[in-house]
Design a protein around this ligand. Structure first.
Ligand code: FES
Ligand code: FES
Length: 141
């Protein structure tokens, strides 16, 4: 349907024109994480100050789902309080279980990946960047 088509376009746009690709200058934390099912890796760097994610950038290679998710994630958490970023990660996990999202947080484009819940083998691709973000802010604290 039309929503699926729109979501597919959003995913491909993030894949082809990734937001926040690169390294953060003066980063507070750098996390390397891989998807054990395929070996793809990302490195996520965060700058956290006053409990706020001031900057987030990623590097690495992976499938379109993992790379677009990393792009969407960095866009979504930038400028957010740590607790809100962690809540978004929980919401993303819920979405991967096929749950409907109810929140006042600005989720950016991350809902475009909700269709991944129908493909269990790809859920780890979609959650890779979020797991890295969670580990990063926990290390930082
Ligand atoms: Fe198979 Fe990601 S691990 S599609
Ligand atoms: Fe490796 Fe998707 S196939 S992260």
């Amino acid at each position: 349907n039309n929503l699926d088509t729109l979501y597919r376009q959003v995913i491909m746009d993030h894949y082809k024109n990734p937001r926040n690709r690169g390294v953060v200058e003066g980063e507070s934390v750098s996390v390397d994480m891989n998807n054990p099912t395929c070996g793809d890796r990302i490195r996520l760097q965060l700058k956290v100050e006053d409990d706020i994610v001031k900057d987030a950038k990623f590097e690495g290679e992976g499938c379109s789902i993992s790379m677009s998710s990393a792009s969407m994630m960095t866009q979504a958490v930038k400028g957010k309080k740590i607790e809100d970023a962690l809540e978004m990660s929980q919401l993303f996990s819920d979405m991967m279980l096929g749950k409907e999202l109810k929140t006042d947080l600005d989720l950016g484009d991350i809902e475009a990946l909700q269709g991944v819940s129908k493909f269990p083998a790809r859920i780890k691709c979609a959650t890779l960047a979020w797991k890295a973000m969670e580990r990063g802010v926990k290390e930082e604290n």
